[in-house]
Design a protein around this ligand. Structure first.
Ligand code: NAD
Length: 485
């Protein structure tokens, strides 16, 4: 039987109505669920519910709010496998990945922001006045208000909880709009938040699409105080326009075109393992995935051969199979987009070292949206596949001769999300990592995160930073109090 995925407003699931769409499995093309689409009136009710819950939740003691967050983490842990199945059903990603990353991180998000917000103090300072007297200044943090949370499909629960946890910890209430491709885990989270004692109305879920649907209705709603968004640069730009006339706060984590720089002195085995993860994790559908690899000429051929060999070793398969390393793309529509870049690369003269097409997996998997992990050489930074975000399991490799050239090639992009530098030269590691025009610069690793560190991008990759105290800056508004003593 096909499940119904419903909207969650004011602490209760909304009775399904006629407006719905089928959620299709990316693994085999079967219908997984019927998702009920929120219309403008339901979005309005969700914002009203969040507004109604705001004062009470904002006035709740921080210790009580953070205790709720810790119970949420415990409840996710108790229902761990349900979350794994929800996430893997929607995305087709391997169970192993969902267990080790997606669901594990959701738990960590709630615990980490409970710690951060629980420990946050209010800085104060004395001002010396001209007449010898003093003034005391301190700032009181207040919640931003009703926050619209809009997230994509690639790491749905991880990215959702990354925003919902700090928003709630800071006393905000939220209306979340998950991606139309991944409605399940946000809906399951509604149950868990309710079980953990979050007041009705503090967390609302509206399902739907972007333009002319729940996404647009939400960001255009006059009742929201800010939008935190993760997704494509084009959508970020549309949301910015939608909130511009009301001057609302935005926090944007957008697309990327991330570079890896491999120097000849790198530990090549470890580098190739790291690069393989950074290019192919989540079938290349992570905003921070490496899409451009620049290799120093003496080791370039070895890097190409090593990465190709590892790409051939990836195991495409069902999410619940232990051997599976790599799932399908999220949808047939997205596969068309990625295959379009495979074609563009060929037209631009790329050599496809491995992959380049659709695999024949047999069974009913051929009804899914599978694609071959792919490596190209022979492109330059002028070619579209080197400039535009592809969001698939593919990287382009280009040689370089000097450190300066490598830095220039990596920074030659409109995006600025992440980079990685692979070298055993400590000074070079620091030197080059600091010169990357990105929000996050790794050395000899990739996607290693401390949740207290700033997360975000520059250029087309976003506005603002979240993570630890940086999240507090977005999810609260300070009121400064100045007292003449
Ligand atoms: P998308 O921008 O198409 O959609 C993201 C969300 O926005 C979805 O929920 C969608 O329904 C909604 N949306 C679309 N148009 C809207 C509109 N006009 N108004 C309001 N909401 C709207 O992105 P996607 O295809 O779901 O995700 C892939 C993108 O996300 C990639 O570009 C990737 O780089 C980016 N991403 C960035 C980060 C980061 O941290 N920087 C993390 C993950 C993904």
């Amino acid at each position: 039987m096909v499940a119904d995925i419903r909207n969650f407003v004011g602490g209760a699931f909304v009775e399904p109505d006629e407006r719905c769409w089928d959620k299709i499995s990316p693994v085999d093309g079967s219908v997984l669920a019927r998702v009920h689409e929120a219309d403008a009136e339901l979005v309005d009710r969700a914002v009203a519910a969040a507004r109604g819950a705001l004062d009470g939740w904002a006035a709740t003691a921080v210790t009580t709010r953070t205790a709720v967050l810790r119970r949420v983490a415990d409840r996710i842990e108790a229902r761990f496998e349900e979350f794994v199945q929800a996430e893997c059903g929607d995305t087709g990603k391997p169970y192993r990945q969902a267990r080790e990353l997606d669901v594990a991180r959701a738990i960590a998000n709630f615990r980490s922001f409970a710690d951060t917000v629980g420990a946050a103090g209010q800085p104060s300072f004395l001002t010396d006045l001209a007449d010898g007297r003093k003034a005391l200044n301190y700032a009181v943090r207040k919640p931003l208000g009703v926050v619209a949370v809009i997230v994509p499909w690639n790491l749905p629960l991880l990215l959702l909880t990354w925003k919902v946890a700090p928003a709630l910890a800071c006393g905000n209430t939220v209306v979340v709009k998950p991606s139309e491709e991944t409605p399940s885990s946000a809906t399951l989270l509604a149950e868990v938040l309710d079980e953990a004692g979050l007041p009705a109305g503090a967390y609302n879920v509206v399902h739907g699409f972007g333009p002319d649907s729940a996404g647009q209705f939400l960001v255009e709603h006059p009742g929201i105080d800010g939008v935190t968004f993760t997704g494509s640069t084009a959508t970020g730009s549309a949301i910015m326009r939608a909130v511009a006339s009301r001057v609302r706060s935005v926090s944007f984590e957008l697309g990327g075109k991330n570079a890896a720089l491999v120097f000849a002195d790198a530990d090549l085995d470890a580098t190739l393992d790291g690069l393989t993860r950074s290019v192919f994790a989540n079938t290349g559908q992570v905003c921070r995935c490496t899409q451009r690899v620049y290799g120093e000429r003496p080791v370039f051929d070895e890097v190409v051969a090593g990465l190709a060999e590892r790409a051939r070793g990836l195991q495409l398969g069902r999410p619940d199979a232990d051997a599976t390393t790599t799932g399908p793309l999220i949808s047939r529509e997205h596969r068309e987009k990625v295959l379009g870049y495979y074609k563009l690369a060929e037209e631009a003269g790329a050599k496809t070292v491995v992959g380049g097409g659709i695999p024949a997996l047999g069974d009913n998997l051929d009804g899914g949206s599978w694609i071959e992990p792919t490596i190209w050489t022979g492109l330059s930074n002028a070619d579209r596949p080197m400039r535009e975000e592809i969001f698939g399991p593919v990287a382009s490799l280009v040689p370089f001769d000097t450190e300066e050239e490598a830095i220039a090639l990596a920074n030659d992009t409109d995006y600025g999300l992440a980079s990685s530098v692979w070298t055993t030269n400590l000074s070079r590691g620091h030197r080059v990592a600091q010169r990357m025009n990105v929000g996050m610069s790794w050395v000899n690793t990739w996607f290693l995160r401390d949740l207290r560190s700033p997360f975000g991008g520059v250029g087309l990759s976003g506005i603002g930073r979240e993570g630890g105290e940086h999240s507090l800056d977005f999810y609260t508004e300070p009121t400064n109090v100045c007292i003449q003593l």
